[in-house]
Design a protein around this ligand. Structure first.
Ligand code: ADP
Ligand code: MG
Length: 724
């Protein structure tokens, strides 16, 4: 670097842009740029989009005589003396400086950094930030250990590491906070105004948002506006919570870009045409009537009509079906499948796991029995011959409804004429996966079904590309399920409830959690419980046992016996999570309830309360030790409303936990937080809609430029090509 002539530095500086590769930056050589690339940081832009995770106010220089042991402080002075020596321990060196101002002086010590003697010289004016400590050798004086130091450079007049609100970065590869701060400061101070702001100017004006380049500069090197101490403290706090004006601008941009992308996906779909025709003939009506033992609710009718309209329309359906547990979603999905089948097409149901696929299989077989449809189950554990036969049935169209995991529409499974896919989502696929998935099919109509409600902010993000149908009404005569939280010591009370329920000729579920790693011990717990109940507690009743390792036929037999009322108490692992539907069951006992998540507990509880009789759910949980578990039990005892429970769940656990991992399809936002920024998300969604309409109706050049920026962003970040 030293050898580079000034003019070359100038040229490089002028050329600096958002797309400049980081390796051309001062302070980043080939090694560092390789490390950065490994962290996904290749350009100036990537670097700018690596926000600090916290900020420290190092604005005021404290007179040295006012420093107190233990506090973090920033002070400023002149180097009055330097010492560089080895301690008695071999290879251990100390570099120390005596720094003084007009009020006093203090020792600044560094350990094992002998090269510092080349950096600092006597007489230099420096700023020191760090924790004030008692000096081990001179108990009466104070000192700093390895503080942040900056030599005041009068020419530049700029202080980077101290004397301001300072950004603190997480280490990036081997680049530490300080080095990053230096590099990013250089970039921020040299970067020309970015003319390509990805937020339309009308929106920026309307929402009073900072221009992008200003927001980025302030994210890294904020300047507090307030002059009062209290005001400054508030501003600092906003920075640290990630909600300063600069943050807000970037949060909005991120949400807006994502929502515009979703709108474009939706818009694009409208333009695709299907080459099949589905009609709602008399045969369809008759078939639907045949399976319905009751009058559908108004909500069910409305939603079925929405789905039927989509099935009959020219454009492929992409629709989300939401509704609380027990609101009658499955029935509606089954009716929709009937429409496809009666029109001579195949339907498929995809579940996230084999167990769930199996349950759907049993459920649909039972529900659709009057229609004598040919339904097949495709799962990994089939024997080679069975699998071959099943695939053959799917290929020839012999199988009218095919149920399985998502292997169903991958792995070269061929359908004769698949028209309708129901995805039992369970929060596993996001917009990105869904679209990759769709590319493999031939534009089938797609209905995504969630087992329990999902919070609106997650729905807008994960399912923002879909049209939404909500069943917001329960079948008539339902009563809220009375929920108790008991502990192991209350075991007698639990049995008492079970006995009362059986005596009233009602039925009981007892559920054990099935945790992957301890599957065997849970299985044992469930098996032993069933045996114990049968032999010791309720010898006069029939106890059934259901778990994932049983053969399909055995499972089906047990479920049928329970449905017929021959078995009064069904002990089970969580395999009964969905689909099991016995209205006469009115008591749900959940063992080790502290091990389940809220959504799952709510879903399990929803197995009862399906008839007019008062139902009860007992959570047997040891949750004293965990405030989070306590909160879960409390909210369940308080509320039966799945939408509210979902919101609480989101608050308690955060989006990542609810959805699972990065593979979930939830985009990884850099600034936005789906819990905190719910309001901004709603605004972004509405504005994205307006923007895309404008783009189609009367696109001005800015509009067009932004649209292409967003397309690029989606491609880079999510690997998805948006068609504009
Ligand atoms: P979900 O899948 O939304 O949890 P289901 O479709 O399994 O709900 O339906 C829950 C229960 O309510 C089932 O026993 C079903 O037969 C019954 N059910 C659904 N719709 C109605 C209705 N309109 N009237 C009476 N019972 C209904
Ligand atoms: Mg269901």
């Amino acid at each position: 670097m030293k050898s580079m002539p000034n003019s070359a530095v100038e040229a490089r500086r002028r050329a600096l842009s958002i797309d400049t590769p980081v390796q051309y930056l001062k302070g980043i050589g080939p090694r560092r740029s390789e490390q950065l690339a490994a962290q996904g940081v290749r350009t100036v832009r990537d670097l700018l989009e690596y926000p600090p995770f916290r900020y420290e106010d190092r604005t005021y220089f404290r007179p040295i005589d006012s420093l107190r042991e233990g506090e973090w402080a920033v002070t400023r002075g002149r180097v009055k003396g330097i010492q560089d020596y080895q301690t008695r321990r071999r290879g251990f060196s100390i570099f120390q400086m005596l720094v003084g101002d007009s009020t006093g002086s203090i020792l600044v010590k560094f350990f094992n950094q002998p090269y510092l003697s080349k950096v600092y010289g006597e007489g230099a004016e420096i700023v020191v930030y760090g924790q004030v400590r008692r000096d081990e050798y001179h108990r009466s004086s104070l000192c700093f250990h390895n503080p942040e130091i900056e030599i005041l450079d009068r020419e530049a007049g700029q202080s980077i590491h101290t004397g301001r609100v300072v950004p603190i970065y997480r280490k990036l590869g081997e680049l530490r906070a300080r080095a990053l701060r230096q590099i990013i400061h250089f970039v921020v101070s040299q970067l020309p105004e970015d003319s390509k702001d990805p937020l339309p100017s009308y929106l920026r004006a309307q929402l009073r948002l900072l221009p992008r380049s200003q927001a980025l500069a302030r994210i890294h090197f904020p300047e507090l506006q307030s002059t009062t101490a209290a005001g400054r403290a508030r501003e600092l706090e906003a920075l640290n919570r990630g909600v300063s004006p600069a943050h807000k601008r970037l949060i909005f941009e991120e949400l807006f870009q994502f929502q515009v992308g979703l709108c474009m996906v939706r818009e694009h779909r409208i333009r695709i045409e299907k080459d099949r025709s589905i009609r709602l003939g008399e045969n369809v009506r008759q078939a639907i009537k045949k399976i319905l033992p009751f009058h559908p609710t108004e909500a069910q009718k409305r939603v079925l009509k929405e789905i039927a309209d989509d099935l009959c329309s020219r454009r492929p359906m992409s629709r989300l079906l939401q509704g609380d547990v027990g609101s009658g979603k499955t029935i509606v999905a089954a009716q929709a499948a009937i429409i496809a089948v009666e029109n001579g097409y195949q339907a498929a149901i995809m579940a996230p796991t084999e167990i769930l696929a199996e349950q759907h299989y049993f459920y649909f077989r039972r529900l659709l029995a009057p229609l004598e449809y040919r339904i097949s189950l495709l799962k990994g554990s089939l024997r080679a011959r069975e699998k071959r036969e099943t695939l053959e049935k799917i290929r020839t169209g012999e199988s009218q409804i095919s149920i399985g995991t998502h292997a169903l529409i991958q792995e070269g499974v061929q359908f004769r004429n698949l028209a309708f896919v129901i995805i039992d989502e369970q929060h596993r696929f996001g917009v990105i996966q869904r679209n990759v998935l769709k590319e493999k099919g031939n534009e089938p109509d797609m209905l995504v079904m969630t087992a329990t409600p999902i919070p609106r902010s997650l729905a807008l993000t994960l399912y923002g590309d879909l049209d939404v149908s909500v069943i917001d009404q329960m079948p008539p005569g339902r009563r809220p399920i009375d929920t108790w939280w008991l502990e192991e010591k209350d075991r007698r009370k639990v049995y008492e409830e079970m006995r009362k329920t059986a005596a009233a000729r009602r039925q009981v579920y007892v559920v054990y959690p099935l945790v992957e790693e301890s599957e065997k011990s849970d299985l044992r717990a469930a098996t032993e419980m069933a045996q114990h109940l049968q032999e010791q507690v309720f010898p006069g009743l029939r106890i059934g046992l259901l778990h994932g390792r049983m053969k399909s036929a055995d499972k089906e037999r047990v479920m049928a016996a329970f449905a017929a009322g021959e078995v009064q108490i069904l002990v089970s692992t969580t395999v009964i999570e969905v689909g099991v539907d016995v209205a006469n069951a009115t008591l749900m006992v959940i063992e080790h309830a502290e091990r389940f998540g809220l959504a799952q507990l709510h879903q399990l509880r929803g197995r009862v309360g399906r008839g007019a009789a008062q139902s009860r759910c007992i959570l047997v949980a040891n949750a004293r030790g965990s405030p989070e578990a306590r909160r879960r039990m409390d909210i369940l005892c308080e509320s039966n409303d799945g939408f509210r429970i979902a919101e609480v769940d989101l608050e308690v656990r955060g989006p990542g936990e609810i959805i699972g991992t990065r593979q979930s399809g939830l985009p990884v936002f850099k600034y936005a937080n789906l819990v905190r920024d719910r309001k901004a998300l709603e605004v972004a969604r509405a504005e994205a809609d307006r923007f895309v309409k404008r783009l189609k109706a009367q696109p001005d050049p800015e509009c067009r430029q932004i649209a292409s920026l967003i397309q690029q962003e989606w491609k880079d970040r999510y690997g998805l090509a948006l068609v504009g």
